[in-house]
Design a protein around this ligand. Sequence first.
Ligand SMILES: Cc1cc2nc3c(=O)[nH]c(=O)nc-3n(C[C@H](O)[C@H](O)[C@H](O)COP(=O)(O)O)c2cc1C
Length: 160
Amino acid sequence: MTMNVLVVYYSRSGITRRVARDLASMMDADIEEIIDPTDRSGIIGYIRSVWHVVRNKEAPIRTPQNDPSTYDLVIIGTPVWGRKMSAPVRAYISQMRMLLPSVAYFCTMKGTGDISALEGMAQHAGKTPLAQITFSEQDVKKGAHASELEAFASVLKSAA
Ligand SMILES: Cc1cc2nc3c(=O)[nH]c(=O)nc-3n(C[C@H](O)[C@H](O)[C@H](O)COP(=O)(O)O)c2cc1C
C-alpha cells in the first residue's frame, strides 16, 4: 500500500530546506514550506528570532496549503532556535495539532539544543513521533547527511 506523506518545514537560511527536499524525494512525499513574513535577516533578525523563542511567541505564518489530516504521515522539520523549535514551526503546530496524523520530527542545528527542541515539538503537538532525527548544519553543508537521512526514511516507511 502506498503511504501518503507530507514533509513540512521552516527554514531561515536553507539548511532545513535542503534536508526537507531530500527527504521528500526519498519518500516520494508532498512538501510544504512554512512561510513567515517576519524579517529575520541579519543580526537584527537573528536577535528578533531569539527573542521570539524565549517568549514562545508564534510567528504570523501564512495559511498552509495542505490539510495534514489527508496524509498517513506528516514529517515536521525545524531549525533549532535557542534550544527550542523555531517560532514558525511552533505556529504551524498550534494551528494543525488537531489535524495531525502519525508524525515524525527532524531538526537542524549548529551544535546543541536538539533534544529539548524535539521534546518541545512532541509536547506541543501532543504526539509522540514514530521517529526523530537531528542533522548538524556542517554535515548538511557538506552533503554528509544523505545516508542517515536514507536510514530515517526507511524506518518511517516500515513504521507507518
Ligand atoms: C535565532 C537562532 C537561534 C539559534 N539557536 C541555536 C541553538 O540553540 N543551538 C544550535 O545548535 N543552533 C542554533 N541556531 C543555528 C541553527 O539552528 C542552524 O544554523 C540551522 O541549521 C539553520 O537552519 P535553516 O538554515 O534551515 O534556518 C540558531 C539560529 C538562529 C537563527
